[in-house]
Design a protein around this ligand. Structure first.
Ligand code: GCW
Length: 709
């Protein structure tokens, strides 16, 4: 076809397909897809129950609640649901607080509202069959943000096809601080980000604020997230200059109606770099004065500024130890200048020094002596495990060991060590495992989730259209937010909810995909780091296998440091005979982790150096168990892929195809991990690989080790 004619044909084709294209799913709506309720019986019930909305109050937050309800109900029920005045008749959804709504004040909700607290909500169905008036659905809270959270919760009930004729719900967040940490750099890149460039368009701020910022805030508020740290913990001092404070203030203005406070990562040496001082010593009066002025300046621009997040004396970042001061000295300096404004310091416990005997022990060793020394507005932010966001780690022994310090858990939503955005790895099971772990510091308890004041999630968002680089990666953003609200939620319930809201309520889709999501984390553990192995990823970028890595700048970043394979066996001896990291756990864990006959297989090589011929509970030798686990991981991905293949046609083509393609990559790469790892470890075990469904490795070890493969 001649070129001009072909262009015309393409234009016409485009016109013909435009309406369909406009409806195409691209993931942008996340779990807030308000599509028509597909179950006809339910739809009829919902339409009868909701004929109008009453929203009391006129704050920006009350307006956000009204707009969300109107938007959500319009989509879910398929017609405009009018916003009506209080006192109108009909089946209504009435929202408000006792202070702004006489109707709510007159409903006798004192008891449930006292349970709901400052951020929670009450949802009740009032009236019923004997009443001459149709029932009313009440969404009540003590504050406007509680109303907004309640509005999202009500929409979630409809999105997941729940009955709404006898609602009696009281919800309040279990954790006070529910925060996303963005590792976003001021140049628009994101450290460990796999979803495109930063959402923050720094050059355009503060004059232009993209509509997307509002959608970001809506998504977070729908989960209950109430804070966001805008910039990377590997911070540039420039983020604290007037220019950037104004940009942060513009974002804070967009997020404020949604209950999201803005925080900044602070570079400890900012007083030198942008303040012209000679020192950043936390006890020096001019340093204190500089930070106090800086805090005043920030609060003048952002009256509800959340506070600072600090990575100090860790991986080359400056900190108080550079001045022979402690982490408490550093944190308290900032806490003191923020306290008059109501701000917080989130001080990270992720530290490790180059030549210590065991990297896993260092945070505990450095921080437990400081228990009780931090100001009350300091939160110590502790990664879930003692090393670094690995596919599986035992819980960090700092949880439970600092009873006089406010603690927050740091989880990594972005999958630095878990296949970036491409591998489908649902992280809720990992987080649930840690949150429910019993510290046993007081004998029978407490669980990790009970010692927390907050949760921080390292964000996986970017400017990719679907936010997270893959539709399934957004399940992890959702799970983090919901767990921060209530760390007692189960992965199964969260996966169910997310699937229904993101794709469909069709059980023929939801059930198999939920099963696939729930097995995906163990699959990744098996094909990357089975049996308690850890940190075997390729150097630097951490994508793909690198068990042979032994040339990192520092020993504690080498794979060989972590697996310690030799002719006798494999694993890091952390028992009393080794580094004695087990001593950092409560007595019953010391017994469990420290004894070869008691340690669970999942933590075996984390705590023990084990002989290749050691007999496992399965009846196999360690070597055969190790290779079997690697293959089991590959098989699990094969079966995920088969599950997905069986669901063709059940959801939209765009999101189906993305996942189909990524699962294909994941299967190849699970195989790559398994082949490279078993060949490498075989150089120590010197034993054959027992025949399995994975077959002989495809290439030689040299092939896998050579750069570029
Ligand atoms: O896991 C490591 C990452 C670094 C990160 C660091 C941290 C922000 O590889 O990229 O730096 O953790 O948590 O500080």
């Amino acid at each position: 076809m001649p070129t001009a004619a072909r262009c015309l044909a393409l234009v016409l084709l485009g016109l013909l397909t435009a309406p369909a294209a406009a409806r195409a799913e691209d993931g942008y709506e996340l779990w807030l897809r308000y599509v028509l309720v597909s179950d006809a019986t339910r739809l009829a019930q919902y339409r009868a129950a909701v004929t109008g909305i009453v929203v009391a109050g006129d704050s920006s937050t009350a307006r956000a609640a009204r707009d969300e309800l109107a938007r959500g109900l319009r989509g879910l029920l398929g017609s405009e649901i009018p916003v009506v005045r209080d006192g109108a008749r009909g089946a209504l959804v009435i929202t408000g607080t006792p202070a702004n709504s006489p109707t709510i004040a007159g409903l006798g909700l004192r008891e449930p509202l006292s349970r709901a607290g400052a951020e929670g909500y009450v949802i009740e169905t009032r009236g019923g069959s004997k009443d001459p008036q149709p029932p009313t659905i009440v969404i009540a809270a003590n504050t406007d943000i509680g109303v907004l959270y309640g509005a999202f919760a009500f929409l979630r009930l409809i999105q997941t096809h729940q009955p709404i004729d006898a609602l009696d719900i009281v919800e309040s967040p279990r954790l006070r601080h529910r925060i996303l940490d963005h590792w976003d750099n001021l140049d628009g890149t994101i450290e460990r980000g796999y979803a495109g460039a930063s959402l923050w368009d720094w050059p355009a701020l503060p004059d232009a604020t993209a509509p997307r910022y509002t959608d970001y805030a809506r998504a977070n508020a729908s989960l209950g997230i109430n804070g966001t740290v805008l910039n990377n913990v590997n911070a540039k001092a420039a983020s604290l200059t007037p220019e950037y404070i104004a940009k942060a203030a513009a974002l804070a203005g967009v997020f404020r109606p949604y209950g999201i406070r803005v925080y900044l990562s602070a570079r400890f040496t900012a007083p030198i770099e942008i303040g012209g001082l000679k020192t950043a010593d936390p006890l020096a009066p001019d340093v204190r004065a500089w930070w106090a002025r800086k805090a005043d300046e920030i609060y003048a621009a952002i009256p509800d500024f959340g506070g600072f997040l600090v990575k100090a004396n860790s991986e080359g970042q400056p900190g108080p130890q550079d001045y022979k001061r402690t982490h408490a000295d550093g944190a308290n300096l900032l806490a003191d200048v923020l306290a008059p404004h109501g701000g917080l310091v989130m001080w990270r416990a992720f530290v490790y020094a180059e030549n210590a005997d065991d990297r896993a022990k260092q945070a505990y060793a450095e921080f437990t002596p400081l228990d009780g020394l931090f100001r009350t507005n300091v939160l110590l932010q502790i990664k879930n495990g003692p090393i670094d966001f690995q596919p599986r780690e035992p819980f960090n022994p700092l949880f439970g060991a600092m009873p006089r310090t406010a603690l927050t858990i740091e989880l990594q939503i972005t999958k630095e060590y878990l296949g970036f955005a491409t591998h489908l790895v649902y992280l809720a099971p990992l987080w649930e495992e840690v949150l429910t772990a019993n510290t046993h510091v007081n004998g029978s308890g407490p669980a990790v989730r009970s010692v927390l004041q907050g949760a921080a999630g390292v964000a996986n968002t970017g400017s990719s259209r679907s936010w997270c680089g893959a539709v399934f990666a957004c399940a992890n953003w959702h799970a983090f937010g919901r767990l921060a609200w209530n760390p007692g939620l189960t992965s199964a319930a969260l996966a169910d909810e997310w699937l229904r809201m993101t794709f469909t309520n069709d059980a023929a889709f939801v059930e198999p995909v939920k099963a696939m999501m729930l097995t995906s984390r163990q699959a990744a553990v098996d094909y990357m780091t089975p049996l308690g192995l850890t940190h075997l990823m390729a150097r630097g970028h951490h994508y793909g296998p690198g068990p042979w890595v032994n040339d990192a700048g520092r020993p504690d970043q080498n794979s060989t440091y972590f697996h310690r394979a030799d002719a006798a066996g494999i694993g890091f001896d952390r028992t009393a005979g080794g580094s004695n990291a087990v001593a950092q756990y409560a007595a019953s864990w010391r017994e469990t982790f420290g004894r070869l006959d008691r340690v669970p297989d999942d933590y075996l090589l984390w705590f023990h150096h084990v002989a290749w011929d050691h007999l496992m509970a399965s009846g196999r030798t360690l070597w055969n168990e190790l290779t079997a686990r690697y293959c089991r991981g590959v098989e699990a991905v094969r079966s995920m892929r088969a599950t997905w293949a069986s669901l063709a046609g059940r959801i939209d083509a765009g999101r189906y195809e993305e996942t189909r393609g990524f699962l294909g990559i994941q299967e190849q790469e699970a195989r790559w991990w398994r082949d490279a790892s078993v060949l490498y470890f075989q150089t120590f075990s010197r034993q054959p690989i027992a025949p399995d469904s994975c077959g002989p490795p495809e290439h030689t070890l040299d092939y896998y080790r050579s750069p570029g493969n």
